[in-house]
Design a binder for this molecule. Structure first.
Ligand code: DP6
Length: 337
């Protein structure tokens, strides 16, 4: 008999960046993210009767068999088989779709491993109160940033001194959010949608022995500490400053690693300068952030959406391929099949 489980998990955008890791997906520093809403992965997990020895997995992406994704998930399942004992007796089929296009700077591995771990955990019959924490733990083993996608609003991943709940093994919800941060938006400017020159995994590796690594890890941890207070008590100026410093620090690490490289493009710099100028003139608390790619995430409060859209239309339209509008989100959802 076949059983179906369906989960939707959003992506997230890091405000304080995870860049550098230790074995077994342990982050070198704490990171903090905003959960998105419109950018998500839907996964339907179907379990059936097992016919062969070993893990039986079929993987469909957008309705078609996808061997690349199947291989990645197979490795993940083989490495983490002890958490999913049902794989000994059941075959699985995964049908996944993303709400956003490929290579847009939206972390698809974050939403995909988020949704996958939720579906696998449900299929395992796990019902304990720490369900989302356990899903976060499992998502981390697939892709580090995925562990932050399991919670509403803002999530913190990585042990911070003095914060007893924080952990390197899973993310936690940031908790109290000041009303200033209820409705933040993320307009994603697609400057370039060609595949990345250097993967995030390769980028993390380049932090090993990096000349600035230890200072960078200290900076990120300090930014997380400050950000927790900013989100709790409200401080728009600090919020904007930390986000931009983080984006530039991330790319500075790439540009100063032993095998240095540059992911930003002329369009990235144009967008950054336009946002800085617009903030100065309008006094609106708008800022930019970057992931490991050239595309620019513009972060701003929802109350200014009208003016910001006009600004983007006026100054960005000609420079970018497309704009994807997203906003702070409420975390994963279990759906009916
Ligand atoms: C720049 O989570 O993609 O987006 O753990 O190797 O899968 P793996 O790396 P990944 O790295 C994300 C890096 C980043 C910053 C961030 O999301 O914190």
């Amino acid at each position: 008999m076949a059983d179906k489980i369906r989960w939707r998990c959003p992506s997230n955008i890091a405000l304080v960046k995870y860049w550098g890791k230790r074995p077994n997906q342990i982050p070198a520093n704490a990171s903090l993210s905003m959960t998105l809403e419109n950018s998500f992965t839907d996964i339907i997990l179907t379990t059936g009767e097992k016919k062969k020895h070993g893990i039986e997995l079929e993987y469909f992406f957008d309705g078609r068999p996808n061997e690349k994704f199947r291989q990645r998930v197979l490795i993940y399942l083989e490495e983490n088989r002890r958490y999913f004992p049902f794989l000994n007796t059941r075959s699985i089929r995964i049908d996944s779709t993303n709400s956003f296009p490929h290579s847009t700077g939206i972390a698809s591995s974050a939403s995909a491993f988020g949704a996958l771990s939720l579906a696998l955990l449900t299929a395992s019959g796990y019902t304990k109160a720490d369900f989302y924490r356990q899903a976060s733990f499992l998502a981390r083993l697939g892709s580090g940033s995925a562990c932050r996608s399991l919670f509403p609003d803002f999530a913190l991943w990585g042990k911070l001194p003095g914060n007893a709940k924080s952990s390197d093994e899973y993310a936690i919800a940031v908790g109290t959010v000041h009303p200033d941060f209820y409705d933040w938006q993320d307009a994603i400017l697609i400057v370039d949608d060609s595949p990345k020159k250097v993967s995030s995994s390769a980028g993390h590796l380049l932090m090993e022995g990096h000349f600035f690594a230890e200072s960078r890890y200290r900076q990120a941890n300090q930014h997380c500490q400050r950000m927790l207070d900013v989100i709790k008590y409200g401080d728009l100026e600090q919020f904007v400053t930390i986000i931009e410093q983080e984006a530039l620090a991330l790319h500075a690490m790439m540009m100063t690693s032993e095998n240095y490289y540059l992911l930003i493009k002329p369009g990235t710099v144009l967008a950054i300068e336009a946002v800085m100028n617009f903030r100065k003139e309008s006094k609106i608390p708008i800022c930019f952030t970057l992931d490991a790619g050239p595309n620019v995430h513009i972060i701003y409060p929802g109350q200014y959406s009208g003016v910001v859209h006009a600004f983007l239309e006026d100054q960005m339209k000609a420079e970018v391929k497309r704009i994807i509008f997203d906003h702070i989100g409420k975390g994963p959802k279990k759906l009916t099949c």
